[in-house]
Write a protein that binds this ligand. Structure first.
Ligand SMILES: Cc1cc2nc3c(=O)[nH]c(=O)nc-3n(C[C@H](O)[C@H](O)[C@H](O)COP(=O)(O)OP(=O)(O)OC[C@H]3O[C@@H](n4cnc5c(N)ncnc54)[C@H](O)[C@@H]3O)c2cc1C
Length: 96
């Protein structure tokens, strides 16, 4: 996570610094254009952002299993149907 966020924050801060300085920030009169190039590379040289995100996602998701019926457990229509079946008597009573 820190590889992903660290590189992104470094990149965004330098990008904003260039923006604040306008064209001066993009010129070689300031070190920002050089810093920007280095920061942009940081999103690649230790592995691309996507690979870090993928790795973290695999770590987070490794303790979870897909339900046997492949329907997410929080699937609202499925839960609503189950609740309607479970409380059918009460529904009949209230709606009568
Ligand atoms: C300045 C610099 C210094 C470097 N220094 C070193 C070094 O010291 N030692 C070293 O070993 N390497 C170094 N590298 C290489 C660096 O590790 C690779 O560039 C990096 O891992 C990406 O590999 P690639 O360039 O082959 O791009 P590719 O693997 O071809 O990836 C290209 C793009 O495809 C996407 N992608 C790739 N894989 C996935 C995936 N699994 N899931 C989703 N999207 C994906 C990403 O958007 C990625 O940016 C350096 C690179 C740079 C730019």
């Amino acid at each position: 996570m820190i590889k992903y966020f660290g590189a992104k924050i470094l990149h965004d801060i330098i990008d904003r610094s260039i923006q604040v300085h306008g064209s001066l920030g993009f010129s070689s009169d300031l070190p920002l254009d050089f810093m920007y190039r280095a920061a942009r590379a940081a999103r690649l040289y230790d592995g691309p952002d996507e690979v870090h995100r993928d790795t973290v996602a695999k770590l987070v998701l490794r303790d979870y299993e897909a339900p046997a019926d492949r329907v997410p457990t929080e699937h609202v229509p499925t839960r609503r149907r189950a609740a309607q079946d479970r409380y059918a008597d009460l529904f009949d009573e209230v709606l009568a």
